[in-house]
Design a binder for this molecule. Structure first.
Ligand SMILES: NC(=O)c1ccc[n+]([C@@H]2O[C@H](COP(=O)([O-])OP(=O)(O)OC[C@H]3O[C@@H](n4cnc5c(N)ncnc54)[C@H](O)[C@@H]3O)[C@@H](O)[C@H]2O)c1
Length: 251
């Protein structure tokens, strides 16, 4: 895929799937805006190492002013935004918890970071994409929303909402030729999952044994689908959720 001349904002690009997507977009010619609340520099450095121009922005994607500043900096630096990958989420170090134990604060924070952020990022890029009648928005959701994974009530709610938002946003953006799609990973061996040994111990084997393709999922298994949805090869695909999970959920 060729992303020469395109500018991509990748949220949560400091590690995991975001880092992998930012690196692959950079390798294919895109300018990269690496946005992360923690290590945004990691995404920008990987993109530069791949030969791209890149900036890092320390951004909390649940903060409207911070998101607007992120997009303003993108426009100042690169003059345009073509691709938005809404990947950042509360995912790292996730604790499995019965719904009875989920606090109001935890639930709200999950929705703010995983769901409200998608609205804020889409609102912020909208005038720029609409003005050029070009845009590719890719939301990263989760197979847990289809499966109703137990002990992840807030997380599954947050991702289920992004799935339905993907369809609404696709319809609202469609008149300006802007596509909105989602990629749905299953359990994937990202760095944060590998480091969360309790979580990894529960989920890795279950995920592998219950998918059609009986192997672990690597970040590139998901990223390549994200890049397809961000590319011109997918210019007539919108409002869709593609499961990149080795045949685990069917919808
Ligand atoms: N890895 C998996 O098994 C898996 C499965 C299904 C879905 N997903 C989804 O894929 C995406 C990436 O997963 P991952 O495993 O790479 O996660 P990760 O936890 O390794 O990375 C997420 C990144 O988002 C950043 N982030 C968190 N809160 C933020 C905020 N408020 N503002 C800005 N950045 C913030 C983190 O700092 C981190 O760099 C997430 O949306 C996740 O829900 C992952």
């Amino acid at each position: 895929m060729n992303f020469e001349g395109k500018t991509a904002i990748v949220t949560g690009a400091g590690t995991g799937l975001g880092l992998d997507m930012a690196t692959r977009l950079a390798q294919s010619g895109a300018n990269i805006v690496s946005a992360d609340i923690l290590d945004a520099d990691a995404g920008a450095e990987a993109a530069r190492a791949a030969g791209a121009q890149a900036i890092a922005t320390t951004t909390d994607v649940s903060d409207k002013a911070a998101v607007e500043a992120m997009v303003a900096r993108t426009i100042e630096t690169f003059g345009q935004v073509d691709i938005l990958i809404n990947n950042a989420a509360i995912s790292r170090g996730m604790v499995l918890k019965p719904f009875e134990e989920v606090s109001v604060e935890e639930f709200r924070r999950m929705i703010d970071v995983n769901t409200l952020s998608v609205l804020l990022c889409c609102q912020a890029v909208s005038p720029h994409m609409r003005a050029r009648r070009y845009g590719r928005i890719v939301n990263v959701v989760s197979g847990t929303a289809f499966k109703g994974a137990p002990n992840l009530c807030a997380y599954t709610a947050s991702k289920g909402a992004v799935i339905t938002m993907t369809r609404s946003l696709a319809n609202e953006f469609g008149a300006d030729d802007i596509t909105v799609n989602a990629v749905s990973p299953g359990y994937t061996l990202t760095q944060s999952n590998l480091e969360n040994t309790a979580f990894d111990g529960v989920y890795r084997g279950i995920a592998r044994d219950t998918r059609a393709l009986k192997r672990d999922a690597q970040p590139e298994d998901v990223s390549r689908v994200g890049l397809f949805l961000a590319s011109d090869d997918a210019s007539f695909v919108t409002g869709q959720v593609i499961a990149a999970d080795g045949g685990s959920v069917y919808h």
